[in-house]
Ligand binder design. Sequence first.
Ligand code: TYM
Length: 329
Amino acid sequence: MDSEPARPRAFSGIQPTGTVHLGNYLGALRNWAKLQETTDGVYCIVDLHALSVPREPGEIRRATIEAAKDLIAIGIDPVRSTLFVQSQVREHTELAWLMQCVAAVGELRRMTQYKDKSETNDFVSAALFTYPTLQAADILLYDTQIVPVGDDQRQHIEFTRDLANRFNSRYGDVLVVPEHQIPQAGARVMDLQHPENKMSKSADSPQGTVLLTDSEAEIARKLKRAVTDNDGEVRYDPVDKPGVSNLLAMLAVATDGDPVALADDYTQYGPLKADTSAALIELLRPVQKRRAELDDAATIALLEHGAEKARAVAGPVMERVRSAVELLA
Ligand code: TYM
């Protein structure tokens, strides 16, 4: 990775909080892999973000290694791209502090992810509240132009842009203002049992969540039992028909099709579920095969090398920021 790449830089992150699910994959990770063709990709496992809710010692370390395997199996090439762990590059927390200094409490209170999580968690940490300032630091440390994410991250990326612009108006033209990239289809994969909610790692709905590591039989079973509705019409309408539309959206991403057009091919839910299930199994088969071949030691070594590459970019950007703020060198 060069500090001034000829290709635009893409940056994104994922929390290591259990196995990657289909929402992560269809909404974001597939695009990370694809973007490697045209951009300089920097992909981060954000372990410090995952600590914003209480965890047992060691839990995040294990999950970090598993997440790295997921990403490599999905096709993130640790040689071509930079794949690293957030806590191994100290500049992230340093820049996060400076971001907190330009962030307003009122803005942070309006973040929907904070509102949702602070309502459902017993212990609401200060880190959960300042979470988006660390996310902004992640992105801005790499002079990022493109941030490939699912729809639920839209507000955080908008906030990152606001912080970068505010910082620049205070200290000069220091930070690159990034753009989000959210896919047409798959940006919001819904829970199979509660299709009004997004598929999520934290949701207490194992039957509604397809994991990257689920066996073919498990995927087939979960799809077969997916909640639909009673009107029997196959139509893409995420508001009135969230369950059926979710199936169509997943089928569309897996087959490079269009959810509205695909609806015309079906008159019943059964065949739609069967085809979606078959397409997803097909899509995940090579990923699962690659994942099974990866071992811990080699994965940890790849991450260490990734952190070195990341530091080579983050270090100079942090120096630029420090000198713009005029901190003592
Ligand atoms: P996280 O770990 O929750 O999710 C990782 C990526 O997966 C996407 N995603 C989904 N897409 C479609 N449908 C779903 N049901 C679904 N669930 C998750 C997310 O949009 C995300 O792109 N705050 C971030 C992590 C982060 C980050 C960053 C992202 C930290 N720093 C810098 C981008 C840039 C998060 O919790 O993602």
